[in-house]
Ligand binder design. Structure first.
Ligand code: NDP
Length: 449
């Protein structure tokens, strides 16, 4: 295994995030490889880290002033052993191959955990949507789809949203796909309700994460009621995490964006959350405006010179990182513990660094890795695909109840796998092993392809 990892690092030395994700998964599946020697003969590890297909393309688009811009577009079809490739599109200036390969790799195991037939993929662009007009966003999305449409389809690869890609972008992408193909199919998920979307899809990642956290607390006969919670981010995942936490009687005291965070000791209630939704989804403003509207809240500007994030240095019992990768360092993890946090449930993908995870596990923190706790989003995307295939739509209660059942099942699957391999209560090991075994068995069944 060490050889496989070293070779990967020599081949692509700059793909740090991808290396981190691979080392995290491979570091936990050694006992499975020992139990099933067949896996080694089938070069399973080598096959898992090599995308089945990697598409990179030029996107040329025109801004409102008539200036031409060029961005890079990507789609990574990582592993299709258990279903059509499925995973989001990210539009953010930091997007590169390393970040998309890490996300696609994680997605493979996450999708396996959902119990639905979906392979793993991811894509996006280094395009920065911030400060762009609606028409610029539309032209960019159209230009992106003018290449992507050749590679996706309802039985091939079904992208969704991620950072910088929400309902507006999915609409523009779908419109161009429909025009180019002259067909109305479920090629994207996260569509609006009036034209093929699913109820509960916008809520699913955040709600699902809170359902998962409730399951973890139930193992200690505890609930979220009355708990003080730290949430980072203020986008799709963060908003619906806060909403469900409020529903269950918890008190949320923080939200953030890449410029800084607000700390509201009195708690973010439904009215304040509605303000954040309007601010972020309609006006596309910055979280600092929350403190202008609610002066008892304190806004702290992000300081790149600091080696810790003060958001994670506030008294609380539970933390829901919901912004981006590596947002909780080892130092942040120590601060969380010192402040009384005993549950960390990841809404974002890989928000905790390896040092932070080690600290959580060594201190008996209820720690849920994103591939388990944030799988509700892709799970409801899978349900959106089913509804599109059947050309019908399920009521809200039905989708929410299916989401709850799936999150319960992922929680149980993680605990069962962890116990089977002698690490009871370790969700990281449980999620990695359960996802890995399902994908690898499918690959072996399908032969050397
Ligand atoms: P959004 O674009 O809706 O929101 C992202 C939020 O995170 C914004 O508040 C953004 O601030 C902040 N953010 C992004 N990049 C950074 C950064 N480098 N530093 C600090 N803050 C940052 O994205 P989502 O809510 O959809 O995604 C959030 C996370 O959840 C991601 O890790 C994503 O991969 C993961 N996820 C999302 C799913 C979904 O269904 N949407 C499903 C599963 C996981 P700003 O506006 O300033 O950029």
């Amino acid at each position: 295994m060490i050889e496989v990892i070293e070779r990967m690092k020599r081949k692509d030395p700059y793909e740090k995030e991808f290396h981190q994700a691979v080392e995290e998964v491979f570091g936990t599946v050694r006992p499975v490889l020992e139990r099933y020697p067949d896996y080694r003969r089938s070069a399973i590890l080598e096959r898992l880290i090599e995308p089945e297909r990697l598409i990179q393309f030029r996107i040329t688009w025109l801004d409102d002033a008539g200036q031409v811009h060029v961005n890079r577009g990507y789609r990574i079809q990582m592993n299709g052993a258990i279903g059509p490739y499925k995973g989001g599109l990210r539009f953010h200036p930091s997007v590169n191959l390393s970040i998309l390969k890490f996300l696609a790799f994680e997605q493979v195991f996450k999708n396996a955990l959902t119990t639905l037939p979906m392979g793993g993929g991811k894509g996006g662009s280094d395009f920065d949507p911030k400060g762009k007009s609606d028409t610029e966003i539309m032209r960019f999305c159209q230009a992106f789809m003018m290449e992507l449409f050749r590679h996706v389809g309802p039985d091939t690869d079904v992208p969704a949203g991620d950072i910088g890609v929400g309902a507006r972008e999915i609409g523009y992408l779908f419109g161009m796909y429909r025009k180019l193909r002259n067909e109305f199919t479920g090629v994207l998920t996260g569509k609006s309700l009036g034209w093929g979307g699913s109820l509960i899809r916008p809520e699913a990642t955040g709600y699902g994460n809170v359902y998962f956290a409730s399951e973890m607390l139930a193992t200690r006969s505890d609930t979220l009621a009355g708990k003080t919670c730290l949430v980072s981010g203020s986008g799709n995942v963060a908003q619906y995490t806060v909403e469900k936490l409020i529903d269950l009687g918890a008190k949320v005291v923080s939200m953030s964006d890449s410029s800084g965070f607000v700390y509201d000791e009195a708690g973010i209630d439904r009215e304040k959350l509605a303000f954040v939704k309007r601010l972020k989804n309609v006006r596309r403003g910055r979280i600092r405006e929350y403190a202008d509207k609610y002066p008892n809240a304190v806004y702290t500007e992000a300081d790149p010179q600091l080696d810790f994030n003060p958001l994670w240095d506030r008294p609380a019992q539970c933390a829901f990182p919901s912004a981006t990768q590596n947002e909780i360092s080892g130092k942040d993890a120590q601060n969380l513990l010192r402040n009384g946090v005993f549950l960390v449930s990841e809404g974002a993908n890989m928000p905790s660094t390896p040092d932070a995870i080690d600290i959580f596990l060594a201190n008996n923190v209820l720690y849920a890795p994103g591939k388990a706790s944030n799988a509700g989003g892709v799970a409801v995307s899978g349900l959106e695909m089913s509804q599109n295939s059947m050309r019908l739509s399920w009521p809200r209660e039905e989708v929410d109840s299916r989401l709850k059942t799936i999150m319960k099942s992922i929680h149980k699957t993680c605990l069962d796998a962890a116990a089977e391999y002698g690490k009871p209560g370790n969700y990281l090991i449980g999620a990695n092993i359960a996802g890995f075994v399902k994908v690898v068995n499918a690959m072996i069944d399908q032969g050397i392809v």
